[in-house]
Unconditional design. Structure first.
Lengths: 101, 138
């Protein structure tokens, strides 16, 4: 069989909508349910600072390992459940629940 | 879920926004595509996700009723995935979307359609997605 790798959202529709709906520019962002960081890499360069949280240590380990160098100074990973976020009140400009409901 | 939304409200600055991006259960079609042509193999069984959707919608309704947030925008779109083989598609669903079920009859039909197509044929599922933005109040 003709072999082509699997493709997910080849036209980047999800990212286009994310940029259109979320107010990312220069924002301090909390991503709730970042998983392996698939989506995080796509928007984090537009934000001022990002805290990406997920309850699963394995998925976070993948995200930490695959984090692009360019994001190292502005992106922090935190292991946390959405119901118990370890951040002070009124910290973020934008909170994003991504595939996490 | 309401507790998670309450936490999001707590950590947001006054006037901050919450974005909710997630798949929606929509009995998405599983298609075999060759060039511009597509043939339907069947539909995915996402009945377990429907319960999650209902719970999420209920939680959102509650936070809107409570006055924690107001909804500013809501859109739906398709997140399209392509695979070269049935095995690749099954692995994706097992690893990333384990609540979904591929009925045996649909798998058999997809296999037959792949065999009946030329070597460029691929499997495609357009997953329905929702994205919404809410503004913190209070």
């Amino acid at each position: 069989m003709f072999s082509v790798p699997a493709q997910y959202d080849p036209d980047k529709i999800e990212i286009k909508y994310l940029y259109e709906v979320a107010e990312l520019e220069q924002a301090h962002v909390l991503e709730i349910g970042c998983g392996d960081g698939r989506l995080t890499w796509c928007y984090a360069t537009s934000a001022r600072r990002v805290s990406a949280s997920d309850p699963a240590s394995k998925r976070l380990a993948v995200a930490r390992r695959e984090c692009p160098l360019v994001l190292a100074s502005s992106l922090t990973f935190v292991q946390a459940r959405a119901e118990a976020l370890p951040f002070p009140p009124e910290t973020f400009d934008l909170a994003m629940m991504t595939w996490s409901f | 879920m309401v507790h998670a939304l309450q936490q999001a409200w707590r950590v947001l600055k006054p006037g901050g926004s919450l974005v909710d991006l997630r798949p929606l259960a929509a009995n998405s079609p599983i298609e075999v595509v060759t060039g511009q042509q597509s043939r339907l193999a069947g539909r995915i069984d996402d009945s377990r996700d429907r319960l999650d959707d209902r719970a999420a919608d209920k939680a959102v309704s509650q936070i809107l009723r409570n006055g924690w947030f107001v909804r500013e925008r809501e859109e739906t779109f398709d997140y399209i995935a392509f695979w070269d083989t049935l095995e690749e598609m099954q692995i994706y669903i097992e690893e990333k979307r384990s609540s979904l079920v591929l009925p045996d009859s649909v798998v058999a039909e997809a296999q037959w359609l792949l065999l009946d197509s030329d070597e460029t044929a691929r499997l495609r599922i357009p997953f329905k997605m929702i994205i919404a933005r809410y503004r913190k109040q209070g």
